[in-house]
Design a protein around this ligand. Structure first.
Ligand SMILES: Cc1cc2nc3c(=O)[nH]c(=O)nc-3n(C[C@H](O)[C@H](O)[C@H](O)COP(=O)(O)O)c2cc1C
Length: 347
C-alpha cells in the first residue's frame, strides 16, 4: 500500500483524552489535512500554541499560473478549517474562530481556540464520518437525479457559511456551462505556462507521491500516462480535454456553482468552508463530487459563467455531483510535515 495514503486511516479512538489541549489540537490537524486542495498542493501550515492553533497559507505551494490571486489556495485552506471545526465538535469541544486575526500577518489565515467540552450534534457526527470517505471522484456518474431534499441541504450548507450555491439541473444551462468548460480547457491547454505548472504537480509513481495529482487519475490513455509530465508539458491536448470535460459536464445529473458576494481572502475562506461543508454532506448521502473550475480560473470567462447561470457576485467553484463507482483516495503529507515548529521555521 502507498504509505502516503496512511493519513486516511486516522482512528477517532486515538483522540488524546484529558486536558492536554496541544495534543488534541495536533490530533485534529490529522483531519484538517484530508481537505481537498487545488492540484492536491496542500497549501497549509499549522502552528500549535499553548491555547490555540493557527492556520497559515503555505505560499511556496501556490500555483501562479492557474491561481494567480491565490484564491484557490485560500479556498483550500478554508476547507481544511472546516474539517478542524467538524472534528473538534465531534470530539465534544467548543471552539472559537478568528479569521485573518492579524493584518500584519497576511499568511495567518485563522486562529482556532479550542474551548470547553460541549455536546456533539448529530449533524456533526454525520459530517465527521464523511471526512475520511470524501474524495474527488472524476469518473462518470450515473444519470440518477439527486433528491431535492439533498439539493436543499447543500444550498443551505453554503448559506450557513456565508456563500451561495446555484444548482444547475436544466438542459439549456447545463449545455451553456459545459460549453464554457470546454472553451476554458482550450484556453488553458494552449498556454505553455499552464502545462508546465500542471506537469510539476503530476506524479507518475503513486507509491512515492505525497502530494500532487496521480497521472492515472487524469483519465489519459496508458501510453500517455507512461510519458507523464513530459507529455503534459509538450502537447496541447486542449481539444481532447475540452471534448472529454464537455461530455462529462453534460452527463452529470447536477452541476453547481458555489460563489460569494465579495472576492477577497475572507470570502475565499468562507467559500472553502462552504465547499467542504457541502462536499461532506453530499458524501454522507452517498453522492460524489468533482470539480470543473476551468471557466472560473480563466479570468475572462468567470463573469460569463455568472451571467450564464444568472447569479450576481463571484463564482468560486464549479462542481459536478452524482452517484457512481468508488474511487481511490489521494496521497497526503503527514501531520508532522505541516506543523510549524517555531515562529518562521517548520519541519
Ligand atoms: C479550490 C480547489 C480547486 C480545484 N480544482 C479542480 C479542478 O479544476 N479540476 C479537478 O479535477 N480537481 C480540482 N480540485 C480537486 C483537487 O485536485 C483534489 O482535491 C486533490 O487532488 C486532492 O484529492 P481529494 O479531493 O480526492 O482528496 C480542486 C480542489 C480545490 C480545493
Amino acid at each position: 500500500m502507498n504509505p502516503h495514503l496512511e493519513p486516511w486511516n486516522i482512528l477517532a479512538d486515538a483522540f488524546p483524552a484529558g486536558d492536554f489541549a496541544s495534543d488534541q489540537l495536533e490530533f485534529l490537524i490529522g483531519y484538517a489535512i484530508l481537505a481537498p486542495s487545488s492540484h492536491n498542493s496542500q497549501p497549509w501550515l499549522f502552528r500549535i500554541n499553548a491555547m490555540d492553533l493557527e492556520l497559515f497559507a503555505d505560499r511556496r505551494r501556490a500555483l501562479p499560473v492557474v491561481d494567480p490571486q491565490q484564491r484557490e489556495l485560500a479556498i483550500s485552506c478554508g476547507a481544511a478549517l472546516f474539517n478542524l471545526r467538524i472534528a473538534a465538535e465531534y470530539f465534544g469541544h467548543e471552539y472559537r474562530l478568528e479569521l485573518l486575526p492579524d493584518p500584519q500577518q497576511p499568511d495567518l489565515l485563522a486562529r482556532f481556540h479550542l474551548g470547553l467540552s460541549s455536546e456533539t450534534r448529530s449533524e456533526d457526527i454525520i459530517l465527521f464520518h464523511a471526512l475520511t470517505q470524501r474524495r474527488t471522484n472524476r469518473k462518470a456518474f450515473m444519470p440518477d437525479p439527486l433528491p431535492d431534499q439533498l439539493l436543499a441541504a447543500l444550498t443551505d450548507a453554503a448559506l450557513q457559511e456565508g456563500a451561495w450555491l446555484r444548482i444547475i439541473d436544466d438542459e439549456p444551462n447545463r449545455q451553456a456551462v459545459a460549453n464554457l468548460v470546454a472553451e476554458a480547457d482550450r484556453v488553458q491547454w494552449a498556454d505553455r505556462h499552464f502545462r508546465e505548472e500542471l506537469a510539476r504537480w503530476v506524479r507518475t509513481r503513486p507509491d512515492e507521491a505525497r502530494d500532487g495529482l496521480l497521472v492515472q487519475d487524469m483519465g489519459v490513455k496508458d501510453w500517455l500516462a507512461f510519458l507523464g509530465p513530459a507529455w503534459i508539458r509538450t502537447f496541447d491536448r486542449g481539444g481532447g480535454q475540452a471534448a472529454k470535460d464537455q461530455d462529462i459536464a453534460l452527463h452529470s445529473p447536477v452541476l453547481a456553482v458555489l460563489g460569494t458576494t465579495a472576492d477577497d481572502t475572507n470570502a475565499w475562506l468562507s467559500a472553502g468552508q462552504a465547499l467542504q461543508s457541502l462536499l461532506l454532506r453530499a458524501r454522507a448521502d452517498g453522492v460524489w463530487a468533482s470539480f470543473l473550475n476551468q471557466p472560473i480560473e480563466v479570468e475572462s470567462l468567470r463573469p460569463q459563467l455568472a451571467t450564464t447561470v444568472g447569479v450576481e457576485g463571484f463564482p468560486q467553484i464549479l462542481l459536478r455531483l452524482g452517484y457512481g463507482a468508488d474511487t481511490a483516495p489521494s496521497p497526503r503529507r503527514t501531520v508532522h510535515e505541516v506543523i510549524l515548529k517555531h515562529a518562521g521555521r517548520h519541519a
